[in-house]
Design a protein around this ligand. Structure first.
Ligand code: G4P
Length: 528
């Protein structure tokens, strides 16, 4: 096996999807703790606090108790290198989350044991399903009163139309939560009295009939466990690794992240079952991770991580090859060569220079706006990666600087924000107004705050009568020109100067579609 093949085989890149409050942050922290990436539980939150204290615009995040920014955390466990990509949970930031999911190979779905599948879990799951992504389920908070575990399994199966197989089984719940039986490894794992941050230790059993269980559990709990396991064997299919890898079956773990319980069992499961980096589709061919030439795609841009330095970090998922610092890569969209001399690797608490990276790894590339979402960097080949979603702006508002003298600066800030992928910005043909299109309403607040703190331009967002935006295209340039000339009042340009039709209502859009059959009205613009 070459070093490249070896590294690929040992990489696991995944994300945690959850409805807010289910315990994603807590689980992340425990995974990092066991992976040795952080020393103390609480560090992830502390880091959040520090960052919030540093940058003002995160105020919105603090107020709403949501996580706006997402990042990458790398840790090692039992010979594997895990890259955990954080995703914001709030639904208004789903765009970012969706794109992040294009950069992972598997996901852990965290549920609150008292709630089961919630709206956001479901939406995120649907995105994973589009890509047939393998998903392991962690049902959290069993130290509290939870729903009956069979009911929870049924909820996942019915709501998500997914085969479920318990990987572990809870013994009691709430104050009487004694532990879990690890069904894959035949081990009894008991909740330890001291809450030190150590791994759960399982007691190996010869199946649930093992008399050891009678010694370790009160009689009624042992009986209930045996009864439950018998029911599981009757009701649930056997675990099928291929079905998990195809995204049609999920192994289900139970635990209590805040008490470190069940986390080791989950991590062990990921270590043995989660898939290594997959190949990536492109317009011309499938790019395989073991190819020796470096190729990667940008799935996220984060601007002004440090407001003092107007830096932007483009997050690149490495698809193939062994990347080394200083590599000269072709930026396919512009056909220019980029010297990646200061790539950033993200560790739990720090950023540091990445000397090298392997397929499945995420590196941050500082840049001044030349890198955009969907861009490919290669060792020369003209690859255009496909499947990176772009979203139709569903809400449109006008934005004006409070000081009219700052209009030009505002334009520049909006273009930067649009390039980053945080919002769509359109400049109307008539009146030269700036219209901003977003997917979730909260994005307006975040944008206003960002424009004020990062660009020093206080702005107001104003409601508009606009209903939706459509990018317009035609095979024949003359058709497009005719349309554009006849519809000046409803036309705008996006940050790339592509023409966009702003419809006042659904009737207006339907009418235009009927009257101009040669024009294509596109909900999204393909990320080039
Ligand atoms: P999120 O990132 O998915 O939004 O959830 P997060 O981990 O922040 O957890 C949400 C709340 O649930 C937190 O409580 C957290 O302590 C609690 N929690 C997480 N895992 C468990 C668990 O296994 N059992 C119980 N009982 N609670 C759990 P909080 O009061 O909002 O915050 P904090 O003051 O505890 O930090």
């Amino acid at each position: 096996m070459s070093m490249l093949e070896d590294r690929v085989a040992n990489r696991r890149t995944f994300a945690i999807i959850a409805h807010p409050d289910a315990g994603k942050t807590t689980l992340t922290e425990k995974l990092l703790l066991f992976g040795g990436a952080i020393q103390l539980a609480g560090a992830v939150k502390t880091r959040g606090e520090q960052r919030r204290a540093r940058s003002d615009w995160m105020k919105v995040e603090r107020e709403r108790g949501i996580s706006v920014a997402s990042s990458v955390m790398t840790f090692d466990y039992k010979g594997r290198t895990f890259n955990l990509l954080d995703t914001p949970g709030h639904e208004d930031f789903s765009e970012d989350t969706y794109r992040t999911l294009t950069a992972v190979d598997s996901a852990v779905m965290v549920l609150d044991g008292a709630k089961g599948i919630e709206t956001q879990t479901r939406k995120l799951f649907e995105v994973c399903r589009l890509r047939d992504m393998p998903i392991a389920t962690f049902i959290n908070k069993f130290d509290r009163e939870a729903l009956d575990p069979f009911e929870l399994l049924d909820d996942i199966e019915q709501t998500l139309a997914l085969d479920v197989v318990p990987a572990s089984w809870p013994i009691g719940m709430g104050r009487n939560f004694l532990g879990c039986y690890d069904l894959f490894r035949d081990q009894l794992v008991l909740v330890s009295k001291d809450k030190n941050n150590h791994l759960d230790e399982g007691i190996v059993c010869q199946g649930v009939e093992d008399p050891k269980i009678d010694e370790l559990l009160p009689e009624s709990y042992a009986a209930k466990l045996r009864e439950d396991v018998e029911m599981i064997r009757e009701l649930c299919p056997a675990f099928d690794l291929q079905a998990f890898l195809d995204g049609t079956m999920t192994p289900v773990y139970f635990g209590s992240a805040v008490n470190n319980f069940g986390v080791e069992t989950l991590l062990e499961g990921l270590t043995t079952m989660a898939p290594p980096p997959r190949s990536a589709p492109s317009a011309t061919r499938e790019i395989l991770p073991n190819e020796t030439k470096v190729a990667g795609f940008i799935f996220k841009i984060q601007a002004n991580m440090d407001p003092k330095h107007r830096d932007r970090i483009a997050f690149m998922r490495l698809v193939s090859g062994h990347f080394k610092r200083g590599a000269k890569l072709k930026h396919v969209r512009s056909a220019k060569t980029i010297n990646v001399h200061n790539p950033v690797l993200f560790l739990a608490q720090d950023r540091e220079l990445a000397e090298e990276a392997w397929p499945g790894d995420i590196i941050g590339i500082p840049n001044h706006g030349n890198l955009r979402i969907g861009d490919a960097l290669t060792e020369g080949e003209d690859i255009r990666f496909t499947g990176i979603p772009s979203f139709a702006p569903e809400l449109l508002q006008k934005v004006r600087p409070i000081d009219p003298m700052r209009a030009k600066h505002l334009g520049r800030a909006l273009i930067q924000i649009a390039e980053e992928g945080a919002a769509r910005t359109f400049k109307t043909r008539m009146g030269s107004d700036w219209v901003v299109g977003v997917v979730g309403a909260l994005q307006f607040e975040v944008l206003a705050d960002r424009i004020r703190t990062e660009y020093d331009i206080p702005v107001n967002f104003e409601q508009t009568e606009l209903y939706t935006a459509r990018w317009v295209e035609a095979d024949d340039h003359n058709d497009l020109k005719k349309f554009v000339d006849a519809n000046q009042a409803s036309l705008a340009e996006d940050h790339d100067d592509s023409p966009v039709f702003l419809a006042r209502n659904s009737w207006h859009l339907e009418r235009a579609e009927k009257d101009w059959p040669a024009i294509r009205f596109l909900k999204t613009k393909e990320q080039l």
